[in-house]
Design a protein around this ligand. Structure first.
Ligand code: 13P
Ligand code: SF4
Length: 377
């Protein structure tokens, strides 16, 4: 992997940020579920309090069933910060495990069972690219104080960059508070990498007329001076899963079931969020279904594993996927295979660590500042 230098940080232009990525040994590839479950439980009994398993809401059933905590990326980062265990096993994607490593103590290790679990959206804003866009935009608005905010779905080097420029991190549940923080400190916001979350947040704050977009892949399309006139500059990144939801899916669900209500994740397009009854982070989606009355119908516009969990966890509510049979499956989250979980746990029980996520020390401190700012807002 090529290492390239930005003004202050090192980054590599690869989907996989770590070169200690290890593949699953062949002997773990064809385990049956029963055997696997027994072996996971045996390893966990051996490891006791040395291990905590965190599972994002989008993880497969066979992962969340073994998780000590299940939640959205904000809740899991708080759980990581509070964990005492020597090993935090992260059922999620690379940027989440990186955040856990930044927040946990130096004597704790964070393990991402499969290091191929890399969110494509996080890869859409490389620190190197952002650094050069920043130089252009700030030069075009020399008198403005621009505050960069990065969505949690970004790598540690970008979080560090934001902190170094007075900015912070946010998740889908506190993006509006991060914007308020930024406008309190400065004049403009550069929001990375998710343009849809940025646009939905601008609407929430009544600032929808203040938006411009920065497309880092199409240098011809943008005029830094023009973009810098807007108060909210959105990086042109998006989630490949949530972008696929359409207003037609909502119309179809309402036609099939006129009583159905619709809740979607704010990574969905603006028109989808507008057409839905409610929008919120995966934690908000879980709370909404937990509080629904028996017999209610809710259609869910997010990654399909969460919809399936909610069907299982709340059989009294009719929970349906917003796109019917079209599978809105996150390929990054799916890389955390239960066979990988078996492998890393059995190896840990024998004293061997695999797929440890270790953020470089020079990024860790600054990225920690950006995360601390978020935890304080
Ligand atoms: P949450 O922060 O809502 O858990 O979402 C994370 C994510 O990756 C959504 O695609
Ligand atoms: Fe990334 Fe989208 Fe998958 Fe979330 S659902 S981890 S944003 S690709």
């Amino acid at each position: 992997m090529a290492n390239m230098e930005t003004a202050e940080f090192e980054t590599d232009l690869s989907l996989f940020k770590y070169d200690n990525l290890e593949q699953l040994p062949p002997r773990y590839r064809d385990l049956e579920e029963n055997e696997r479950t027994e072996r996971i439980e045996a390893a966990l009994a051996d490891l006791g309090d040395d291990v905590v398993i965190l599972g994002h809401n989008y993880q497969r059933r066979e992962i969340v069933e073994h998780a000590d905590f299940i939640g959205d990326s904000y809740q899991l980062s708080k759980q990581a910060a509070e964990a005492d265990a020597e090993y935090v096993i992260f059922g999620g994607v690379t940027f989440m495990a990186e955040s856990a490593d930044i927040i946990t103590d130096d004597d704790q290790s964070v393990i991402l069972p499969s290091m191929e679990a890399s969110c494509p959206m996080a890869g859409m804003a490389e620190a190197l690219q952002v650094d050069s866009a920043w130089a252009e935009i700030t030069a075009a608005a020399p008198d403005a104080d621009i505050i960069p905010i990065t969505y949690m779905n970004s790598y540690a080097d970008l979080k560090a960059f934001c902190a170094s420029q007075g900015g912070l991190v946010c998740t889908s549940s506190n993006a509006h508070k991060a914007f308020e923080y930024a406008f309190d400190k400065g004049d403009k916001v550069l929001f990375l990498p998710d343009k849809h979350l940025g646009e939905n947040t601008a609407h929430q704050l009544g600032m929808e007329d203040e938006i411009a977009q920065w497309d880092p892949w199409d240098p011809e399309s943008k005029d830094a001076g023009e973009v810098a006139e807007s108060d909210i500059i959105l990086w042109d990144g998006y989630c490949q899963v949530h972008e696929r939801f359409r207003v037609e899916h909502i119309e179809q669900v309402r036609e099939d079931n006129p009583d159905a209500k619709v809740i979607v994740h704010p990574e969905c397009r603006r028109e989808v969020v507008e057409a839905a009854d409610k929008a919120g982070s995966t934690a908000t989606i879980c709370e909404t279904i937990a509080e629904a009355d028996p017999g209610d119908t809710w259609a869910i516009g997010t990654e399909v594993h969460l919809t399936n969990h909610l069907q299982r966890w709340h059989p009294e509510v009719s929970v349906v996927p917003l796109c019917g049979d079209a599978c809105m499956d996150c390929n990054a989250m799916r890389q955390i295979d239960p066979n990988y979980l078996t492998w890393v746990l059995e190896e840990l029980a024998c004293g061997r660590e695999h797929n440890v996520i270790e953020v470089a020390p020079e990024e860790k401190e600054l990225a920690g500042v950006a995360l601390d700012r978020m935890l304080e807002i």
